[in-house]
Design a protein around this ligand. Sequence first.
Ligand SMILES: O=C(O)CCC(=O)C(=O)O
Ligand SMILES: [Fe+2]
Length: 209
Amino acid sequence: MAVKEQSILNSSGNKIKTTDKEIRIVGKIDQPLILILENVLSHAECDALIALAQSRLQRAKIGKAHQESDIRTSSSMFFEESENESIHTVESRVSELMNIPVSHAEPLQILHYKAGEQYRPHYDYFTSDHVANNRISTLVMYLNDVEEGGETYFPSLHFAVTPKKGSAVYFEYFYNDHDLNERTLHAGNPVSVGEKWVATQWMRRQSHR
Ligand SMILES: O=C(O)CCC(=O)C(=O)O
Ligand SMILES: [Fe+2]
């Protein structure tokens, strides 16, 4: 059996304490490390992020050419770094939780899916050969409860995470073993009923800001 690779997060025990929150680990896969986390954001913080994002949403643009694409049919926006008190609080907590300095963080992204919208299976890391400062980990925070559908789905692991307001799924893909990284392939399943709001934090290997 291969040697277990080091993970970024210390996930022993059933909680992770940050300066201002006690986050509960309610589910876990080991290799690659995937954690289901509760109490990452308060309901008030979820509502505030949605309200701030709502007016600034554009049709999701992905890829170098920034074309609209079927890969992701949701709408998205990015907050400016620490653009206000609540964004700053969330960024600081998330960086503590993910055990990566905030200087490695990409801008916090908000995604909004309406019924029928989805994000097809993808890797969060860049797969081209010469990426100098690739992504290493992701936190997807759920800002609302979805009536039906909209799970975050890991097809290689046959594992689905149901969105729950204030909860999150964490995963990392900085492993030397490429198979482990590839197992983090994931999708946002189509929303069947209702809508879905998430905030995504991607972390880079080195400073990005
Ligand atoms: O909406 C989801 O459940 C997944 C979002 C996602 O994969 C991403 O933002 O990279
Ligand atoms: Fe993703």
